[in-house]
Ligand binder design. Structure first.
Ligand code: NAP
Length: 282
């Protein structure tokens, strides 16, 4: 059980994480297994303790556990505090549980790739949940001048702004503005990067009804969704020749960082892995 890891979620059947981590375990000749473990909300604590006692190295968490897990952690960091979410648990000695948020690293690596040699001043973030918080934290770190959060429930966006101002103790240099999702098209003209953090467009969800005709040709589009690989949003960006990325890079990078936390070895990302995942999605 020494090198076993896994992911808890509900539902969990379609998670790509086992494919990624088992690919790395095998290619790095580590004798262990990554399992997808279906865990309803009410079983979270028991399941974590059970697997910890069984000698697991740690766990990933996905919907609906990233926020709920915080109360079971012995140690966190500022990234977990400000995003209010942990997607990685590390079981350290004496049964202590450390929580990390590697979505932040995942997004940071992927957006740096997307925005290489591009203007980075104005960002528009669609959505105001846990993923939006990770995204906004990175954008602030990248010194964006203005972040417009557009969300279905404007007060949830405003709450993010308040929490960020409080956590940075003084105002971040980035100006944060909150708006209703229905108004997004109006504010698009000045945007350098448009980021979708809502589940709209994901398999099983309705499409994101957004026309990006006002977006500048030299802007960029980042859709956190990776299933399907091409959402309507990505299709529109491609049609207009706007640089774009889906959420697959972010997913792989966050996994890479989780793997590092468990094994203290950085696994390699290569085309073989990406193709394996793309095949799984299609
Ligand atoms: P979350 O905490 O539940 O937040 C979802 C956000 O989307 C909320 O702001 C919510 O608005 C909005 N939303 C949900 N349903 C909507 C609808 N029908 N119409 C308009 N807005 C809607 O979820 P999350 O953890 O942030 O995850 C969001 C998405 O990011 C998911 O699709 C997830 O798969 C993806 N994600 C991808 C990666 C990756 O590695 N690529 C990593 C993390 C997350 P309200 O505030 O009004 O409720």
């Amino acid at each position: 059980m020494k090198n076993n890891i896994g992911i808890l979620g509900y539902p969990i059947k379609h998670s790509l994480s086992p494919k990624i981590h088992n690919f790395w375990l095998k290619s790095m000749s580590i004798n262990g297994k990554y399992r997808a473990i279906s865990t309803p909300k009410k079983n979270l604590k028991n399941k974590i303790n059970f697997l910890n006692n069984k000698g697991y190295k740690g766990l990933n968490l996905t919907i609906p556990h990233k926020e709920n897990v915080l109360k079971f952690l012995d140690k966190t960091d500022n990234n977990v505090k400000i995003t209010g979410a942990a997607n990685t648990l590390i079981f350290v000695k004496k049964n202590k549980i450390k929580g990390k948020n590697t979505d932040i690293y995942g997004f940071e690596k992927a957006i740096n790739k997307l925005m290489k040699n591009k203007k980075k001043e104005n960002a528009m973030v669609l959505g105001g949940g846990g993923a939006a918080r990770a995204v906004i934290l990175v954008l602030i770190g990248m010194k964006y001048k203005k972040i417009l959060i557009v969300n279905r429930t404007k007060k949830n966006a405003t709450k993010i702004k308040k929490d960020f101002i409080k956590n940075f103790s003084l105002k971040p240099r980035t100006k944060i503005i909150c708006e209703d999702l229905v108004n997004s098209e109006k504010f698009m003209g000045n945007v350098d990067v448009l980021i979708n953090t809502t589940p709209l467009g994901m398999k099983g969800f309705p499409d994101l009804k957004l026309n990006i005709k006002n977006l500048k040709k030299n802007s960029a589009v980042f859709d956190l969704i990776y299933n399907p690989l091409e959402t309507k949003l990505i299709k529109q960006a491609k049609k207009r020749g706007i640089k774009n990325t889906n959420g697959l890079d972010m997913l792989i990078y966050q996994a890479q960082k989780s793997f590092y936390h468990w094994f203290k070895k950085m696994p390699k990302i290569n085309n073989k892995l990406k193709k394996l995942l793309e095949k799984e999605i299609n």
